[in-house]
Design a protein around this ligand. Structure first.
Ligand SMILES: *Cc1c(COP(=O)(O)O)cnc(C)c1O
Length: 368
């Protein structure tokens, strides 16, 4: 306790905790890429390290220009941030004052409610559908005069489910034009479904029609394997990007991160190969689990969701006993990242020997 004049209510916020670094074992708890950084990143970052006595380029001009070229967009529509979570915070800061409402699907990315509450906003969490997808119809219906921001996550973390193009477009058209919607596509590169909505192409098309209220978030943390350097980006209409720049923490994206991202963008075919390996492993792992009676929603990400309900924490412990770290959300489910083939084999061996796995499964799937 302290007598300092701190903001009230902060004591209720959860502290974000990551697994202890270097704890060893098989790390399938944070949706990181199993492979190291793409070719060229090591040299590019080694060069960048020599310059870290200087502040970074705050505009991230080189990376911004390369992203703009990649997507055929003006540089003014691209905002860089210290991971896409940094941009989530900025999006909240440009929209919300104390008491304003933020709509999120739930379960979804655990960071949304904490950041929204940090911004002073009131969180309206809309339960997922029985198919473990964000309930876009209910989310649209929940919008009120107080709503300032809506988060949509596809593939949804932690359930992996991908929202269809049509349902997304219907949703965006149902949202009032003055309410900002954030389409979080952190796992977009893994989706691989040609019918899935490409959020950046969609935002670009909307901007052309003068509609500014949907923005797309992507990150270098997942498919690009750069979680450790913290860089993500937002594609939005220019007035939104302009506001995001005004609330940005100066120099938030460091030189090493900028150079690593630029080097990664040059490795398109290598990226495709890796993403393909992950997708194959994801399907192989899922098929085995489903065959054994586990409920596992189809996933478009580099992870799978096992809605084990009360068996979630025991499953986590069972995996940990075999030195496999997975992410359990007590009473709800377990999220397992797709790792290298031998790691997925270990995970499957653990699932195969989990006594309660199949028995628990049918029970929870009806209640979720
Ligand atoms: C991992 C993840 C991110 C990425 O966060 P970074 O800050 O870019 O590392 C964003 N959204 C979701 C849903 C995620 O799972």
């Amino acid at each position: 306790m302290t007598n300092l004049r701190l903001r009230p209510g902060l004591g209720d916020l959860p502290v974000f905790r990551s697994a202890p670094a270097g704890a060893g074992g098989i790390k399938l708890d944070s949706n990181e890429l199993a492979f190291g950084p793409l070719p060229g990143v090591r040299d590019a970052t080694a060069d960048a390290v020599r310059e870290v006595n200087r502040y970074p380029d705050n505009s991230g001009a080189d990376l911004t220009r390369r992203l703009a070229e990649t997507y055929g967009l003006p540089v003014e529509t691209i905002s860089l941030g210290p991971g896409s979570v940094g941009l989530c915070m900025q999006l909240l800061q440009i929209t919300c004052e104390a008491g304003d409402e933020v709509i999120i699907p739930w379960r979804s990315f655990e960071v949304y409610p904490t950041l929204a509450r940090t911004a002073g906003a009131v969180v309206r969490a809309i339960p997922l559908t029985p198919a473990h997808k964000p309930d876009l119809v209910a989310m649209a219906a929940a919008i009120t005069d107080r709503t300032r921001l809506v988060f949509v996550c596809t593939p949804n973390n932690p359930t992996g489910t991908v929202l269809g193009r049509e349902e997304l477009e219907r949703f965006f058209d149902a949202v009032p034009g003055d309410v900002l919607v954030v389409l979080d596509e952190a796992y977009w590169e893994f989706v691989g479904d040609p019918d899935a909505l490409d959020g950046i192409a969609y935002v670009k098309e909307r901007i052309r029609r003068g509609r500014h209220n949907v923005v797309a978030l992507r990150t270098f943390s997942k498919a690009y394997g750069l979680a450790g350097v913290r860089v993500g980006y937002c594609v939005s209409a220019e007035p939104v990007a302009d506001m995001l720049a005004r609330v940005a923490v100066p120099y938030a994206v460091n030189t090493v991160a900028q150079r690593a991202a630029v080097a990664s963008l040059a490795c398109v075919s290598e990226l495709r190969t890796r993403v393909g390996v992950v997708a194959l492993e994801r399907e192989r792992t899922r098929e085995a689990l489903v065959k054994w009676g586990y409920e596992v929603p189809p996933s478009g990400g580099n992870f799978l969701w096992l809605p084990l309900g009360e068996a979630s924490e025991p499953f986590r412990q069972h995996c940990l006993d075999r030195r496999i770290r997975v992410r359990a959300l007590a009473g709800e489910g377990v999220r397992v990242t797709v790792g290298e083939p031998h790691e997925n084999d270990e995970l499957l061996a653990a699932a195969d020997t989990f006594p309660a796995g199949r028995a628990f499964n049918g029970k929870v799937s009806t209640s979720s």
